[in-house]
Design a binder for this molecule. Sequence first.
Ligand code: DUT
Ligand code: MG
Length: 597
Amino acid sequence: MDMKQLYPKSRLGWLWENMEGKRGLFIFALFGTALYNVLQLVVPHFSGKLVKLFQRVESEGLSLTENADTFYRLIFLMVGLTLFRVIVVYLDCMAYERVSQGALFRIRNFLYDKIQRQDMKFYSTYRTGDLMTRVTGDLDAVRHNIAWVIRCIVESLTLYLSAAVYFFTIDWLLALCVLSLSPFIFLIVFRFRRKVAPMHKALREKLAGMNTDAQENISGNRVVKAFAREEYEKEHFDKTNRDYRDTNIRTQKVWLKFFPFVEFIANALPVILLLVGGMFIIGGRIDMGDYVAFSLLIWAIANPMRMMGNIMNEFQRFSAASDKIMEIYYSEAEIVDHPDAIAHPQRFEGRVEFDHVSFQYEDGKLPVLRDITFTAEPGETVAIIGETGCGKTSLIQMIPRFYEPNSGSVRVDGIPVENYKLTDLRKNIGLATQDVLLYSDTIEGNISYGAMALTAEEVEKYARYSAASDFIHRMPEGYDTIVGERGVGLSGGQKQRISLARALAIKPSILILDDTTSAVDMETEKQIQHSLRNLDFPCTKIIIAQRISTTKFCDKILVLKDGRILESGNHRELVAAGGYYAELVKLQLGESLVSAS
Ligand code: DUT
Ligand code: MG
């Protein structure tokens, strides 16, 4: 199997691993399936005996009343065992359901955990819709495999084998004649598998593609509407949907090509029995009772043969789905705790050093950061300024170790960031990202996201720091207002301020703001700058900014161009230097203000 090289376990081995705690029950269920299928022989067996009894009554002139005992015993056994069989089937179904739901639960949790722990690279590789398909549709195919496919295999196998053995005990030659066609079925099903397997893979990809389209259009509905592309998107989805349906039909149709052959063989069985059995009765090799047992059980040979296609179909669906899940299940994040990472539960002092850091995205063509060297001392405020795409966001992502430099080193308090445990490192960093994401929760819940134990007063304080308390108070439900996807809409600047409050609320030793005040007005920004200078906890600030009004009061300004530090110094020094920054100041404030400052 090709999977064995890719993942540490085969598909079934992986399933077995995830049945932990339910393995006993599963084995029990498998035995149950075998048992109730062997019990299928009961009715035909006793029917055969009854016929033999009637024959003896007739030929040997016995009276049926004298043999009533045997008659009633046989009937009673038949009814009793059939009842017993029904109970076994019932319990068996429950057992499979428990095992499959248990495994589903376990895998789903594991996957969610795995996805949560992935690094940035993972999230830029996998699309949300594709991941959602894995944890929903694909997982259901896995559950179906345990609850139905495996069970059907055991069922067909026991039915076939027990009927075959039973036939041989009656008459080996007739058994051989009846079973002689079976090998052809295997040939047909094997060929079918080769045809249908790639189709299930394609089908699975189409479903994921469709889910991704749907997810992107629903969450991006504003863009769709803004460009009046509803009709286009509807048609596009219609096409994808139709394509998926057609592929589905085509996949199901593959079996139709093989079906007539299987059906022919299955239908040939009774004819063979009639022919050969008839000859044997005439020849006196078997009696009528034997023949009845054979003919009542011939379906136990024919049905498993008919089922094979269905089973193979479902098994291929499982294979395609489980490959997709196992890909995530066995994926490893590259950025993880180093084995010798040191625990650092206490606060950082907040010294951030970049030492000749160069970086390039794995899929990128050009280096994004080149030879970046600077230090932010504890408590200092460092501004990063530079044109769009010059690498500002990439730079700050090195600090919480979202990405790792290709060369050089990033240190916090003199220790390379990779030597800390990730949680210790990240707990100390308050980050307000460039594109703000708020959860579907209250404003209070959003602000206290990183620091759950916050009191209402504290939440209010951080909202004040980020100049958000005024607008929050004006909302009818204040801090209890639900925001995010399902809640009240907020303006861009309002969202930014809540995300700033969220970053402040963890009292970070290092605060990183990526263009966090780009959407707020000058006056509000001034307020925010003021409170950032007067926080009630020590904090190093690294602020990406576009406005001179922000950078003006910073201890250090780094001007970034094409991934390099072009200029660095404080406002006065850089203006005096008359370089890029000085030009920018002129541009933003006008000549007069430059000379005044
Ligand atoms: N880039 C990638 N892959 C990513 C992110 C960015 O290749 O996942 C590239 C795009 C750009 C460069 O890296 O050419 C720097 O991007 P960054 O986001 O660091 O730029 P920025 O300075 O933050 O730009 P902006 O001011 O627009 O936020
Ligand atoms: Mg950016």
